[in-house]
Ligand binder design. Sequence first.
Ligand SMILES: Cc1ncc(COP(=O)(O)O)c(C=O)c1O
Length: 292
Amino acid sequence: MILFNNQFTERDKVNIDMEDRGYQFGDGVYEVVRVYNGVCFRMESHMARLKRSAAEIGMTLPYSLENIEQLLLKLVEKNAIHTGNVYIQISRGVAPRDHQIPANITPILLANTKEVERPIYKIKEGISCILTEDVRWLRCDIKSLNLLGSVMATQKANQLGYGEAILHRRNMVTEASSKNVFMIKDGTIKTHPANHLILDGITRVEVLDIAKEKNLPVVEEAFSTDELLQADEVFVTSTTAEITPVTKIDETIINKGQSGPITQMLQQAFEQRIPKHGDGSSVSLFFSIGQK
Ligand SMILES: Cc1ncc(COP(=O)(O)O)c(C=O)c1O
C-alpha cells in the first residue's frame, strides 16, 4: 500500500502525469525516515526538514505537517513495517511544461515503505570510497528531488568497485553522495559546517549530540582531501547507513582498514538511541556481531 496525497491506495492504481513538475524538472522535495521495531526514528526532525526544504523552494505543503506525519505513521502501520524505510516526496504538481511556476498549482504527495534490514555488515566492517569533484548545485541544504549529481558520483564509485563517493570542492571535502562525512584526527571529530554546501543530515545532528554528551571535541569546519587521507578514522552517516566506517579512500587505507575506537564508541551510543520494543527483545548490533 502506498500513500497518494491523503489516500491509501495500491501502487498500480496511481497515475503519474507526464507533466508532473517533479518528473520533468526534479521540482520537489523528499525525505527518508528510518523505522526501527515499528517506530519512526526522529520523525519530528525529518518533518521539520521537509517543511524547510519546501519553504526554500517556495512550495506550500499540501497538508499540515502534523497531518503528513499522521498519514506516514498510518502507512507504516498499514504495511506492518518492522525495520525499514519510509520514502515521501512532494512534487510541485502538474502543469503545462514551463520553467515558470504557475500561480495555482497543487503539490502532489507520494509515499511508500519498504522493509529493509540494518546494514550490519557495513556498519561493522566499513566501506570504501572514492574522492571525486562535487559538481552539484549550490543549494545542497535543500533535500530536492534533483539528484543527478549524486547519482553520477555514486555510479562512478560503483563502476570503480567502491561503495561511496566522497565529494570535494577544490579539494575541500563537503559530504558524500548520499551521506555526511566525518574525520577524526588526534581525538578531534571534524565535519563540514551545515551550510548551503551540504545537507544537514538528521544522523549528522545525532552524532554531534552524542559527541557533546560524551565530551568529545568536535569542530564543524571544512577540511581538505589531504587531511581526510591522513585521518585516524573516517566515517559517513545517513538515515539508512547510520554510522558507517570508511576503511579505504581511493588507494589509501584508513586505520589499517578497520573501524576505529571513536567510531565504535559513537556507534554504540547511537545504537542505544534506536527505538526498541518495550520488552527489550530486539537484538543489539554489538551483541549480535560481537565487538572488535
Ligand atoms: C547528500 C546527502 N547528505 C547527507 C545525507 C544524510 O542525511 P540523513 O542523516 O538525514 O539521512 C543524505 C541522505 O540522504 C544525503 O542525500
